[in-house]
Design a protein around this ligand. Structure first.
Ligand SMILES: N[C@@H](CCC(=O)N[C@@H](CS)C(=O)NCC(=O)O)C(=O)O
Length: 279
């Protein structure tokens, strides 16, 4: 597995870098970003995987969240993958909508044509990318996972399904119950087909109800988020946690919207939460 460096930028005494690589799982070339804190020049550091939301690439979080200053202090690397497979020959929604196809991989393994040839973001994020990162960079196999909106859904699903692979999970404005919201219906119908049984394995509420682990979960949700009632439904996750007595911390944050202004306001608390659990 080779990687090609395309940018290296010093930041808070560490390095922000971008790479291309050929993904075997996604069957296309992918770009990712990594922030290596200054401590990584002396020892292996733990890694936070950040999954972005609809329309994003590896760049949105790195440019807008203001995470690097705290990551440099705490000695945490951050890896930001893209949000879907990319490039010529990768299927897209014919109507080029923002919530299906390119930029909208939903962190699942598609089973339906034409998507299944490339849209295998679950295996990419959970298996292939960490293997690549741990092979090429001074990082340990101590991992946490976080994300925003569609990426919050991805982080919750990846973490709840693989508690042995992550120390902690966090999310901003996550799609917690995709089997019961329009974004989820559209994506799951297209990528997974009509059989709703196959949808359950990608629904954070269903997974939390059935979980036998207690990996720490922190969720922040703004009360002025335009997508709150129709798409995000945080109360469904609170109810799922209550059914299973899951140790969920879900905070409604007064007046915040869906944007990176919100993420930037609380990213420090999320990084300190992950640092505590990654030791
Ligand atoms: N109204 C937005 C919906 C997509 C959206 O809100 N994307 C969020 C994630 S769900 C985002 O992070 N956008 C990119 C950014 O703010 O940098 C659009 O059409 O672009």
């Amino acid at each position: 597995m080779t990687i090609e460096n395309i940018s290296s930028t010093k930041s808070f005494a560490g390095w922000h870098k971008q790479y291309y690589h050929q993904s075997g799982v996604l069957n296309c070339q992918m770009r990712f970003a990594i922030y290596l804190p200054p401590q990584a020049s002396e020892r292996k550091v733990p890694v936070l995987y950040w999954l972005s939301g609809l329309t994003c690439t590896d760049e949105n979080f790195m440019q807008k969240a203001g995470a690097m200053r705290i990551a440099a202090e705490l000695g945490i690397a951050i890896v930001a993958p893209d949000t879907s497979p990319r490039g010529q020959g990768v299927a897209d929604d014919p109507s080029e909508s923002y919530d299906l196809g390119l930029g909208a991989g939903f962190y699942l393994n598609a089973t339906q044509a034409p998507w299944r040839e490339h849209y295998q973001m679950y295996d990419y994020v959970v298996q292939e990318l960490p293997e690549l990162i741990e092979q090429h960079f001074p990082v340990s196999n101590v991992r946490a996972i976080a994300g925003h909106s569609m990426g919050g859904h991805g982080a919750l699903v990846a973490g709840l399904r693989n508690p042995e692979r992550y120390q902690s999970i966090s999310a901003f404005s996550p799609i917690v119950n995709p089997i019961n919201c329009p974004w989820g219906h559209k994506a799951f119908l297209n990528y997974l087909g009509k059989n709703r049984d196959s949808w359950m394995q990608y629904d954070a509420c269903e997974l939390m109800k059935a979980s036998s682990s207690d990996i720490p979960v922190l969720v922040d949700q703004g009360t002025s988020d335009n997508f709150l009632e129709e798409q995000l439904k945080p109360h469904a996750l609170i109810e799922a946690a209550a059914i299973n007595e899951y140790p969920l911390i879900l905070r409604m944050q007064e007046g915040y919207d869906h944007s990176y202004y919100f993420i930037a306001s609380f990213i420090e608390e999320h990084l300190r939460f992950h640092a505590k659990h990654m030791g």
